[in-house]
Every structure is written in C-alpha cells, then in structure tokens.
Design a protein around this ligand. Sequence first.
Ligand SMILES: Cc1cc2nc3c(=O)[nH]c(=O)nc-3n(C[C@H](O)[C@H](O)[C@H](O)COP(=O)(O)OP(=O)(O)OC[C@H]3O[C@@H](n4cnc5c(N)ncnc54)[C@H](O)[C@@H]3O)c2cc1C
Length: 318
Amino acid sequence: MPTLVFLEHHGEELQKGSLGVLGQAASLGDADGVIAGAGVRGLAAQAGGATKVWVADDPALAAPLPQPRVDVLAKLVREHAYDTVLFAASVLAADVAAGLAARLDAGLNWDLVGLELRDGALVGTRPALGDSVYVEVGWTGEPRIALVRSGTFEPAASGGEPEVADVAVELEDFSTRSAMLEQAHEEQSGPSIEDADVVVAGGRGLGGPESFALVEDLAKALGGAVAATRAVVDAGWYPYSAQVGQTGRTVSPKLYVACGISGAIQHKVGMQGANVIVAINKDANAPIFEFSDLGVVGDLHQIVPKLTELVRARKGGS
Ligand SMILES: Cc1cc2nc3c(=O)[nH]c(=O)nc-3n(C[C@H](O)[C@H](O)[C@H](O)COP(=O)(O)OP(=O)(O)OC[C@H]3O[C@@H](n4cnc5c(N)ncnc54)[C@H](O)[C@@H]3O)c2cc1C
C-alpha cells in the first residue's frame, strides 16, 4: 500500500493531526509524506515514521491556498503511483483533498475515525446518523483519498529520520489565479485544545458566561486549555473555536475535566479519546458519569474553585 500523507504545517511545526495520520499509515505499510510551502525544507526531519518526505519548497506555495497544493500532490500521485492519499482534516486539507479527488477522478471518504487493512483491503470507519453508529467504508477504485477526523490518531513516538526528496513545483495557470490578501489569527494564550495535555471544559451547568472564569482558572492552574459544549457556544458564552464534539473539534488529551456538562453523544464523540475523564455534575444520573473515569457529584461553583486552589497549592509546593 504505497501511501502519501499530506503533512500540513503552521509556522515552524508540522501539525500534530498530520503526524498522527502519518503514524497510522506507517503502521499499515510504506508511507511517504509531502510538505508544501515556502522555506519548509527543514520541517521534513519532524516527519519520523515516513519512509520518504517529498518537499515542495517554492515561494508560490507560501500562502496556504489549496489549488497549488493540488498540483503538487496530483503530480506525485501520477508519477509515483501512490494508491492511497491521506489527510488530517483541517480547513486547508479539506479543500486540497476535494480538489485532488476532482483532479484525479478519485473517491474520497471523509471524517474517518479508524483506518485499517483487512485481507489486504483498506477499510475506513466513520460515524454516521449523528455519531450514533459507526459504518465501515471502502473505495471502489484508486487512488483512495481520505480525510481523517482531527485528533483521531496520536503521532508515533519515534520513527527515525526520513529520506528527503525535492519536488519540482509546476503549477497550472488556473492554480495561480487566487491570492491570499490577508491572514488573521485569533489571539490565543497557552496550548490549543487539540495539542493540550489537559483540557478543562465548561457546559450549560456553569449558569452564565461569567462563570467561565472558574474553568479558565482551573485550566491555567493545570497548564491546560479551555473547551466548551455547543450549548454554551450557541448561547454566545464562549467562542466556537473552543467547541468540542461532532460539529466542533475532536480532542484526545491526557486529562479532560468536564464541568457542568451532561455528556450528550454529540459532545462525547469529540472527547471520548481522552485518557482520563473527570466529570463534575450536580446530577448523579447525568450521562457523562457513564463514561467518566472519575465523577464528582455536586455544585461546580463550589467544587471547581476548591480544585483550582488545591492544584495551585500543590504546584506551589505547599
Ligand atoms: C447535529 C447536532 C450536533 C451537535 N454537535 C455538538 C457538538 O459538537 N458539541 C456539543 O457539545 N454538543 C453538540 N450538540 C448538542 C448536544 O446534543 C447537547 O445539547 C449539548 O452537548 C449539551 O451541552 P451541555 O452539556 O453544556 O448542556 P446540558 O445538556 O444542558 O447539560 C448541563 C449539565 O450541567 C449540569 N449542571 C447544572 N447546574 C450545575 C451545577 N451548578 N454544578 C454542576 N453541574 C450542573 C446539569 O445536571 C446538566 O447535566 C449537537 C447536537 C446536534 C443535534
């Protein structure tokens, strides 16, 4: 299964999601990676686990626009007969994957949360019907293209230095007709919810936006990031970028602390990969307790500040 994995980068780092997909691909067979951008050659060393990393390093690829990347990937697939191309889902990756599928007349499965080889055939798993069931999906032809839900696979611990090879960048005329006029980034302090080892999440049980300060304080004390349920995002209590779940982000931290969250299936699918789930909820029958490792039944307004105090005291050595 010669597989090509699109390795997305932000600044000086390959994205964790891409490295997770690379690790899974490498566990199934030979997996090469491709990095496309300007001044990106040095990033190839981060792609441990890849057999080879193709580097398309060209000023024309500086802006994160999809079509030039489709050109790079289509050329590699055609010239090196890759039968599978994998992406970790992101706004850019979704555009590139869709463009590549159209260009190569290939089948694209998206939102995969599993990928395995069964009797030599690649089988993907994806949630359906509001994430209430999982279905297995395949491809009827090659190349097989797939987008993997973010946070599904952890990057492999190590894998050695890959061979690095340059790709001659040849862009189609129509691919150079778009230009990036401006890029803006949301101000963020601390780790992103996808990269954080600890995520503290708040739900409607907080009672109002002002109570998010409790969640933020605990997250800060634990060195973690803040997440939210859709209910509170829809109510305007917290930004959408923090939403975890079916229509938000998927996270897999070492510790997930859920404060005032009922544990709806649409939330669960975004955080069930956490190593340890701690739930604080005043309702002993809340569904979240069915899949928590540790549950505290009580009022979060009393429990969370005490927890923050204890963490601070422990960290302060007192
Ligand atoms: C198509 C679709 C997609 C969706 N996508 C998402 C998604 O991506 N992410 C997501 O989160 N949801 C999603 N939802 C919504 C989801 O179904 C739930 O409505 C939502 O997750 C509930 O959020 P919540 O737990 O904050 O609120 P609630 O369900 O209202 O739960 C609040 C909890 O707080 C507890 N509580 C109240 N007061 C206190 C207190 N003082 N102390 C402690 N506990 C307290 C209550 O006992 C309750 O369990 C989606 C729904 C649909 C239909």
